[in-house]
Design a protein around this ligand. Structure first.
Ligand code: ADP
Length: 543
């Protein structure tokens, strides 16, 4: 049997592009006549009773041909054609002018100059009009078909390219070590990469809508799911830590789960990509480290407290002993006894300082460094420390030169600043190679600057930053005692007061430590940069 192509209501073969003819005439009778002539062509006819109406129609749809009456009341055919030709959208539409008068050549010429493709004078033969219209429609339909084919071809090419890139993308996802999922815009998971399936012990055929959530630890499930659903609604990417069950041994391992939306160029979300990275080992190591640090600091704190008590009474006893020895100055053994007792005293003082440092470390590490901010005269502190150390400096053959104005008052913590200057001056004596030391205090309206300059060992540039760290040392442990805490404590205190401490030094020629402090308390901040906080921040970045 002969297969006829299916036809639409208008008698056009289905799938054929439909053409539309615009007929413009201000006499309804003419419109009726033209409609009767053109109807057998089987294309859509749009009737307009004025130039204006015609222009409106042209704005809204596409036409294959325009039949335009020349003599119309308001806007004649030539004017209407003028507008049509001006508009890029309608410029290319062929126009056939129809007129009852003006048969002369000039008029016909005017019609062509207005973009007419033909010019019919009434009375005309209906068959001729129909066949002329049919030619233009045929041209239009062919053009449309070509366009359609081109579009289809492009679409197919694009689809093939998309398929190819999708395949490549999936292959790539399959070789990644992480578990990866793809979901549609509503969050329905439609793809698991191979490691994801393997980790959860699933075959592609077993996967259903809730498979992922069934693998998440029951305690993490509802919160994680709520966050995922909130992300779906807001379109914001997100991440959180969840425990996911490893099918191989049934253990739940911590993962960092992330989801990011896939967007079209206009921003519309077309899907989601979710990944889970196993961070279990890292997390356990961090937890263990955290516990060890807390334990160590607790131990430090308890041990230094315990050590301090007997030491304080020991110091007291030594002081008594020294007093008794001095009182009995006449007896022959006394000078040696005094020397011995002084030695014990100085060793006890050293031990005391060490224990105080340890105690400070545990305080600062636990965030318990308390500042008692009040009006403090830094010049007084510098002078007091100078006096305290002048004997010691003299003993090693050094001199301690203090350069300070009469007073420099700021809002600081007195005993903590004393500690800072003490630490820096005792380091200058310790590492100063018995050469003169200068302590200089200068003040400006809003800040004070203390510099401690020695002419001794010096510090290699690579160590300038490091020595402010906890337990960091740069000098030979064989020659110099110390545990590398003094500068760390100095830095913590100065940081907390909103200031800075820096060093300039060249090995062999000495070091200059500079402390800069704002004079008002509002610049002060609380101690930062404890190791615990570093860890907490590190962990936070992963969560
Ligand atoms: P320590 O108890 O080891 O002296 P600090 O924290 O006070 O600890 O100093 C850390 C390290 O910085 C020291 O071990 C030393 O190497 C170096 N250092 C500090 N002050 C000076 C200085 N004035 N000259 C040379 N090196 C110094």
């Amino acid at each position: 049997m002969d297969q006829q192509p299916p036809t639409s209501d208008s008698g056009q073969p289905a799938g054929e592009p439909r053409a539309c003819i615009l007929v413009v005439d201000d006499h309804p009778a003419n419109l009726v006549a033209l409609e009767a002539i053109l109807a057998p062509l089987g294309h859509e006819l749009v009737m307009a009773r004025s130039g204006e109406e015609a222009l409106r129609e042209i704005l809204h749809r596409e036409f294959a041909l325009i039949l335009l009456d020349v003599q119309m009341a308001d806007m004649n055919g030539f004017e209407t054609a003028g507008y049509i030709k001006q508009h890029p959208r309608s410029r290319h539409i062929p126009i056939i002018f129809i007129t009852a008068v003006n048969r002369d050549a000039v008029h016909v010429f005017r019609g062509y100059s207005h973009g007419a493709v033909d010019y019919l004078v009434k009375p005309f033969d209906a068959d001729i009009l129909r066949s002329k219209a049919a030619v233009f429609i045929e041209l239009y339909v062919r053009g449309e078909k070509l366009k359609l084919q081109e579009r289809l071809l492009h679409q197919r090419e694009r689809e093939a390219a998309e398929r190819k890139s999708q395949e490549r993308y999936r292959r790539l996802l399959d070789v990644m070590p992480e578990c990866i999922w793809a979901a549609d815009a509503q969050g329905k998971v439609n793809y698991w990469n191979r490691p994801g399936l393997a980790y959860c012990g699933l075959r592609p055929a077993d996967v259903h809508e809730d498979s992922f959530w069934e693998c998440v630890h029951p305690d993490d499930r509802s919160d994680a799911r709520a966050q995922w659903e909130a992300g779906l609604r807001s379109g914001a990417s997100f991440e959180r830590q969840v425990r996911i069950k490893r099918a191989a041994d049934g253990s739940y391992r911590w993962h960092l789960a992330r989801a990011v939306p896939e967007r079209e160029t206009d921003g519309t979300i077309v899907g989601w990509i979710a990944t889970a990275t196993d961070i279990d080992d890292q997390k356990r190591a961090e937890e263990a480290l955290r516990k060890a640090i807390i334990l160590r600091d607790d131990f430090l704190s308890v041990a230094s407290h315990e050590l301090r008590t007997p030491l304080t009474s020991l110091k007291l006893e030594v002081a008594n002993l020294s007093r008794i020895a001095r009182r009995d100055g006449g007896s022959s053994g006394a000078p040696r006894l005094i020397a011995k007792v002084e030695k014990i005293d100085s060793q006890a003082a050293r031990l005391h300082r060490l224990i105080d440092e340890l105690l400070d470390v545990s305080r600062i590490a636990a965030g318990r460094l308390e500042l008692h901010v009040e009006a403090v005269d830094l010049a007084q502190i510098v002078n007091e420390v100078g006096t305290r150390f002048s004997d010691e400096a003299a003993r090693v053959g050094s001199t301690l030169n203090i350069h300070a104005p009469a007073s420099v008052v700021g809002r600081w913590d007195k005993s903590r600043l004393d500690q800072v200057v003490t630490n820096l001056v005792s380091n200058a004596i310790k590492y100063g190679d018995n050469k003169p030391i200068d302590v200089t205090l200068e003040a400006e309206d809003d800040r004070a600057v203390v510099t401690i300059r020695d002419r001794g060992l010096g510090i290699a540039p690579n160590d300038h930053e490091r020595i402010f760290g906890r337990f960091e040392r740069a000098a030979s442990t064989r020659h110099y005692g110390g545990i590398g805490l003094g500068l760390w404590i100095v830095k913590q205190i100065i940081d907390a007061l909103g200031g800075t401490v820096t060093v300039e030094s060249t090995p062999g020629t000495g070091s200059t430590f500079t402390v800069e402090l704002p004079r008002s308390a509002d610049k002060a901040r609380h101690p930062t940069a404890t190791l615990e906080r570093h860890l907490a921040t590190g962990a936070h970045q992963h969560s």
